[in-house]
Design a protein around this ligand. Sequence first.
Ligand code: BDP
Length: 328
Amino acid sequence: MKRNKLVILFLVGLLLVTTCASLQLNAAAPRTLKLAEVHPQGYPTELGDEKFAELVAAKSKGRLKIQVYFGGQLGSENDVVEQAKLGVIEFVRVSTSPVISVYKPIGVFSMPFLFRSQEHQWKVLKGEVGQTFLKGMESVGLVGLTYFDGGARNFYATKELKSVNDLKGLKIRVQPSPIMVSMIKLLNATATPIAYGEVYSALQTGVVDGAENNVPSWVSANHYEVAKYFIKDGHLRLPELLMVSKKFYDGLSKRDQKILRDAAREATEFQIKAWNESESKYLEQAKAKGCVIHEANVAEFQAAVAPMYDMPEYKEYKVWVDKIKAVK
Ligand code: BDP
């Protein structure tokens, strides 16, 4: 009898010990953090996200585990920006366009022909203007970690584009941003704001006649299959943004916050390299499929959209435009 009691006591004890241990294990188990990305796996921004996740995991010894939800699985860029503000999604990699509605200053990057080159752009992004914006977004619940490269944007359509005049009367898809609408109007075309994930079918069904984007997007989203005429005018160099929800970030230790910042900085250098290596590869793919690519008379495009800099609604960007242009 006594022996039985001892056995029962021992078993209860064992149960208690194992339950406590497993509870403790659960508490220490890394929570998987979400990173939203509209592009497919292998696209140069997605490669940057993966690198960032890998570096964060290594630096935190597996405590911070980030999963990249590529291909727009978590929703449109405008939706995921809202969700990051609420803390529902921890990380987002988006274009600067969907951020304008919550943080207006960043709209200056949507002014056409603002940057002289990739080099000029990176000097600006790593310098005072770029860093001021990353910090400034904290006021709206987003912490800007870094920028990624998004190359230059150009026009493409279902009919041949040889000059600026060929855009006349066309319906062009734009990112949901009023600045883009102003630009398209000056080119005598009609702007149709549509989320990125719906552009392929809009082109295919004739809802729009064309769109504007960088070469990797035109190809990787298969837009080139349905809109094979491309004109290289380089009207915009929109930076890509990697942000973390302020709600989530504020709950981290100083050490973990530093891990995120260091990882973002390192991932940026990797991403720029990935971008530079991939652009020509995508262009070759388009050529091999029989796409028709024209070099634009850039001055013609520039002259057509120049009045944007005098529009009253964008006057507030003048101070930033001047600072950007002054960067040598
Ligand atoms: C691509 C950007 C992506 C945007 C997309 C768009 O990388 O973030 O969603 O353009 O046009 O170049 O919406």
